[in-house]
Design a protein around this ligand. Structure first.
Ligand code: NAP
Length: 247
């Protein structure tokens, strides 16, 4: 069902094939936005997300690009602009984990994690911001993590990438505010996805029980928050924690 047709916003979601990215794509698609659904390896899953949006009367396209590659990101963003003439919302959601205790982290895993989770967002922000500046506004939402604020044993590379993403969020907000481009980050809380499913069960239980409400986060609640944040005109440079752990 299409709602809220003030304008057909063009939304790029990285890593929209699975997990939170998928939920975000469906939420923005349902609202009548034009959804550019980026994926890297999961082509069939991305095509299924796009079909679901289109079958419900929305507009969406699948776009394969490795966010680690600035060349692939630039081509993807140019393709979106050529098709729809705008990029209004960018959601940096794509991420990986390569969890090990510090002595066991291989340099390749460290580099791949930083390149995907942090350099990936840097690549998309640089490419999309130029079109947002041209249009005179936009909203960028970076999906960070509790690990980036508090750290987590066994997650040094992931936590470092997500902490870096918060620094990137704040700096980009300061630079881009004068162009009416809002840049915010969220910490989604523990949501059941392929990524969180790779954590040992005892750690999943530990995270859930550290929430004062005693529950995991609901993926659709996170998508709902990001959708509404993308409409906000006076909020930038902020980090929103979406669970019930007290920061
Ligand atoms: P997920 O299920 O593992 O999905 C990750 C997504 O990232 C996939 O769509 C994957 O695409 C994409 N991706 C990975 N490498 C990529 C690359 N090089 N280029 C483009 N896309 C790439 O993860 P999730 O749990 O939904 O996490 C979504 C976001 O929430 C991440 O930023 C994560 O750090 C954050 N987060 C999650 C939790 C949680 O509890 N799940 C908690 C805090 C923060 P392909 O499959 O197509 O390669």
């Amino acid at each position: 069902m299409i709602e809220d047709f003030r304008i057909k916003k063009v939304v790029l979601i990285t890593g929209a094939s699975r997990g939170l990215g998928r939920a975000l794509a469906l939420r923005f698609g349902e609202a009548g936005c034009r959804v550019a659904a980026n994926y890297f390896r999961s082509k069939d899953a991305a095509l299924a997300v796009v079909s679901e949006i289109v079958d419900n009367g929305g507009e969406a396209i699948p776009l394969c690009a490795d966010v680690k590659s600035s060349a692939e990101v630039n081509s993807m963003i140019d393709a979106i602009y050529e098709r729809w003439g705008s990029i209004d919302v960018l959601i940096n959601n794509a991420a990986i984990t390569r969890d090990h205790l510090l002595p066991k982290i291989k340099i390749g895993d460290w580099e791949e994690t930083i390149a995907t989770n942090l350099t990936g967002a840097f690549n998309t922000i640089r490419a999309a911001a130029k079109f947002m500046v041209k249009k005179g506004g936009g909203h960028i939402v970076n999906i960070s993590s509790w690990s980036g604020v508090k750290g987590k044993s066994g997650q040094a590379s992931y936590a470092a990438s997500k902490a870096g993403l918060i620094g990137l969020t704040k700096s980009a907000a300061l630079e881009l505010g004068r162009f009416h481009i809002k840049v915010n980050a969220i910490l989604p809380g523990f949501i059941k996805t392929d990524m969180s499913g790779s954590l040992p069960e005892f750690l999943q239980d530990q995270i859930i029980s550290s929430n004062i409400l005693g529950s995991a986060q609901d993926i659709d609640e996170v998508a709902e928050f990001v959708y509404h944040l993308s409409w906000m005109d006076h909020i930038s440079g902020q980090v929103f924690n979406l669970d019930s752990r007290v920061v």
